[in-house]
Design a protein around this ligand. Structure first.
Ligand SMILES: OC[C@@H]1[C@@H](O)[C@H](O)[C@@H](O)c2nc(CNc3ccccc3)cn21
Length: 602
C-alpha cells in the first residue's frame, strides 16, 4: 500500500520522518551496520536489516572479475536488503583511492602524493569524475575517498595517500569531491550532503582527524598537538570537503593527545556535527571499535558505548555484526545510550540514501560497463603522470642538461627493479590491499614499455633488470634510464624508520651511473634516502606511484611535454632530521617543499 516514505514527490525530511517512526530498534541498528562482502548474503541482509556492505582492500567477487560480475554481486545484496519489511536499500562502499583500484583493467591514477605534485585542482576534479564513472560502471555508489590527511612525517606508511604536508595544497585537492559527487548547487546550505546523479558517487573525507600527524609517523598512533595546531594543519581539508558537500566522513584509528578519535565526542559531535554543521554520516574505520582497545576487542561493549556516544553513525563492523547488534541493543534498552542518539545516526544515513536516489534507483545496470579502463580515462591518467613527475636534478649545470633525452640514438639501457613492474609502479591499494608485483594482475604500460614506445624505431633499447658495471662497460650505451624505488605497501606495513631504497636499487644506481650517463627515476610513495648517490646521478626524477599509465613518464623524459611538477613535501637529507616540514624553525632539506626543475617541450 501507499507509504509516505516511498513517495518521491514528498520532501526528503518528510520521507525520513515517516520511515523512522515505522522502524524497530533492530531495523535502526541494522542501518548502522556495514559488513564485509565475504560474510554478506541475501539471507544475512534480510535477517539483520543490514544497511551497508563493503569490499575491504583486495576483496573482489573473483580474480579478474568483470564489471558485470561486480554488478551482479552488488545487486544480489541489494535484493536481500529490499526484501526486508520496510525495503530500505543498502549502500555498497569500496576504496577507490587512485581510480577504481580493486577492479581488473580499471584505470589506476597516480596516488595522492603525485596529484599534490601537479598543483592542478582542475585535473584532480576530472580524475574524480572519471573515477566515479568507473566505480558506477561496477554498480557501486560509494567510495572511501578522498584521504585528506596532511602527512607531516614521511616515515608514515600512508604518506602517499596524503596530497601534501601543506594543508593549503590538501584543501585545493578536495576538488576531487566535486569530481566524485558532482558540483554542489550554489544555494545548498552548508554541510548538506549532495550527489549529482547516477554517474556520481558518495565520497568520504578521511581519516578524521590528524591521521597524518602521529608521532614519528607511526600508523594509528598518537597525534600530539594543541587545538590551534590541529585546526591550522589537520582540519582545513574537512572545511573544504564539507563546503563541497562531502556526504560521509571516516574516523581515524589514531588518537589526539591520547584520546582515541573513535571515542572523541568533542571533535566528532561538538566540532564536526555542531560547529561545522556536517549533516552527512560519520563512519568508523574498519573494526574501528574493536581496535579502540589494546588488546583488540577488549571490553567491546564499552567501546561501542564510547563510539556511538561520541557521534559515530555507521559502524564498519566487517565480521562480528551480530555481537555488535546484541551489545548495542542492550545499551539502548538499559538507557545507557538514548534513542535520540540512534535516531540521529539513522536519520543521517537515511538522508544520504534519499539524497542519492537509492530508494528510486537501488539497482545498477550494465549501461556504463565500457567506462572501466576507458582509453580517455587512461589519457587523463597519463596527463596526471606527466604533471606529477618532479625533476630534482638535470645535469651538473643548467647549460648541459641531460633531459630531455634524444629519441634517436644507437643504443640505450633501461634497468632497475621498477622498470618493468606494473605492480610496483601502482603501489599499495591496487588489486590487493598491499599492492602486487609483476605485470599480470591488471593492464597498463610499464616504464620500460613507455620508453620503447617513445624512442625512434632505429634506437636499440636494451633491458637488463639489475645491470652491473661490467655489463654497462661491455656495451656502448648512449645513456641509461635507471628505475628503482620502494615496494608496494599499505598502512602499518609501510611504516619505515630508515626510508631507504631496498637493494639492489642503490647498487644498480652505483653500478650504472658510475659508467654511463644516467637518468634515475624513483618510484616511491614518499621521499627516500637519495643524498649519498646524488653526485653520481646525472638526472633525477621523482615519479611517486604513477599507476598504470607509465607512458606519462616517457612523455616528460623525452620532451614531448615539459617537466612542471613541484615537490608536495620536503625531501630530507637524512632521516634523523624528521619530522621536518616547510615553515619549521629548523629547515635544512635536500630539496625544499615546492622545488621542481622545469624543461621546455621539444
Ligand atoms: O578498506 C576499508 C578501510 C579503508 O577505507 C581505510 O582507509 C583504512 O584505514 C582501512 N584499513 C582497513 C583494514 N585494516 C587492517 C589493518 C591491520 C590488519 C587488518 C586490517 C580497512 N580500511
Amino acid at each position: 500500500g501507499y507509504m509516505v516514505y516511498k513517495d518521491p514527490k514528498k520532501p526528503i525530511r518528510t520521507r525520513i520522518k515517516d520511515l523512522m517512526r515505522r522502524m524497530t530498534l533492530e531495523e535502526k541498528i541494522g542501518q548502522m551496520m556495514q559488513i564485509e562482502r565475504k560474510v554478506a548474503s541475501v539471507e544475512v541482509m534480510k535477517k539483520y536489516f543490514i544497511g551497508s556492505v563493503l569490499s575491504e582492500g583486495g576483496s573482489a567477487p573473483a580474480q579478474y572479475a568483470s564489471a558485470e560480475t561486480w554488478i551482479n554481486m552488488v545487486n544480489d545484496f541489494q535484493k536481500g536488503a529490499l526484501s526486508t519489511r520496510l525495503g530500505i536499500p543498502m549502500i555498497y562502499g569500496i576504496d577507490a583511492v587512485h581510480g577504481h583500484n580493486q577492479v581488473y583493467k580499471a584505470t589506476i591514477f597516480p596516488h595522492n602524493i603525485g596529484l599534490g605534485a601537479t598543483r592542478d585542482p582542475e585535473l584532480v576534479k576530472r580524475i574524480g569524475s572519471a573515477t566515479a564513472l568507473e566505480v558506477r560502471a561496477t554498480g557501486i555508489p560509494y567510495v572511501f575517498a578522498p584521504c585528506v590527511a596532511v602527512c607531516r612525517d614521511p616515515r608514515w606508511g600512508r604518506c602517499y595517500e596524503s596530497y601534501s604536508e601543506d594543508p593549503k595544497v590538501v584543501q585545493a585537492m578536495t576538488e576531487i569531491v566535486s569530481g566524485l559527487q558532482g558540483d554542489i548547487p550554489v544555494d545548498t546550505p552548508k554541510g548538506i550532503p549532495f550527489i549529482g546523479g547516477k554517474e556520481k558517487v558518495a565520497a568520504c573525507a578521511k581519516h578524521f582527524v590528524g591521521d597524518g600527524g602521529t608521532t614519528n609517523g607511526t600508523d594509528e598512533s598518537n597525534t600530539v598537538i594543541n587545538m590551534d595546531g590541529l585546526l591550522r594543519i589537520h582540519m582545513p581539508g574537512y572545511y573544504s570537503s564539507i563546503a563541497k558537500g562531502v556526504v560521509t566522513i571516516m574516523l581515524s584509528y589514531s588518537s589526539w593527545n591520547g584520546v582515541k578519535m573513535h571515542a572523541n565526542y568533542e571533535l566528532v559531535t561538538g566540532f564536526l556535527k555542531n560547529t561545522l554543521r556536517f549533516k552527512g554520516f560519520v563512519i568508523t574505520d574498519f573494526e574501528g571499535l574493536e581496535r579502540m582497545t589494546t588488546p583488540y576487542h577488549a571490553n567491546y561493549s564499552h567501546s561501542i558505548e564510547a563510539g556511538i556516544s561520541a557521534g559515530i553513525d555507521m559502524v564498519m563492523v566487517p565480521w562480528n555484526y551480530t555481537e555488535f547488534l546484541d551489545d548495542l541493543t542492550l545499551l539502548v534498552n538499559r538507557k545507557i545510550i538514548p534513542m535520540t542518539r540512534i535516531d540521529d545516526a539513522v536519520e543521517r544515513i537515511l538522508r544520504v540514501k534519499f539524497v542519492m536516489d537509492l530508494f528510486e534507483n537501488p539497482f545498477a545496470d550494465c549501461s556504463l560497463v565500457e567506462y572501466v579502463g576507458k582509453q580517455e580515462h587512461r589519457e587523463l591518467a597519463r596527463e596526471a603522470v606527466r604533471k606529477s613527475a618532479v625533476l630534482l636534478k638535470n645535469g651538473e649545470s643548467a647549460d648541459e642538461p641531460l633531459l630531455p633525452l634524444p629519441k634517436r640514438t644507437s643504443k640505450i639501457l633501461v634497468t632497475g627493479s621498477h622498470a618493468d613492474n606494473l605492480g610496483y609502479q601502482c603501489g599499495g591499494w591496487t588489486i590487493q590491499w598491499q599492492g602486487f608485483s609483476g605485470n599480470n594482475l591488471t593492464t597498463g604500460t610499464t616504464i620500460l614499455k613507455a620508453v620503447s614506445n617513445a624512442v625512434d624505431p632505429k634506437t636499440e633499447v636494451i633491458y637488463k633488470k639489475n645491470a652491473d658495471a661490467d655489463f654497462v662497460k661491455s656495451n656502448n650505451f648512449s645513456y641509461s634510464i635507471v628505475v628503482v624505488g620502494e615496494h608496494p605497501y599499505a598502512e602499518t606495513d609501510g611504516d619505515s624508520m630508515n626510508l631507504t631504497i631496498p637493494e639492489p636499487g642503490p647498487s644498480t644506481i652505483k653500478n650504472v651511473c658510475g659508467s654511463v650517463k644516467c637518468a634515475v627515476i624513483i618510484v616511491s610513495g614518499r621521499p627516500v634516502v637519495i643524498e649519498p648517490y646524488l653526485a653520481i646521478i646525472d638526472a633525477l626524477v621523482a615519479a611517486w606511484l604513477p599507476g598504470t599509465e607509465g607512458q606519462g613518464v616517457a612523455d616528460v623524459l623525452y620532451g614531448d611535454y615539459g617537466f612542471t611538477g613541484k615537490l608536495p613535501r620536503t625531501w630530507f637529507k637524512t632521516v634523523d632530521q624528521l619530522p621536518m616540514n616547510f615553515g619549521d624553525p629548523y629547515y635544512d632539506p635536500l630539496f625544499p617543499f615546492g622545488f621542481g626543475l622545469t624543461t621546455e617541450p621539444i
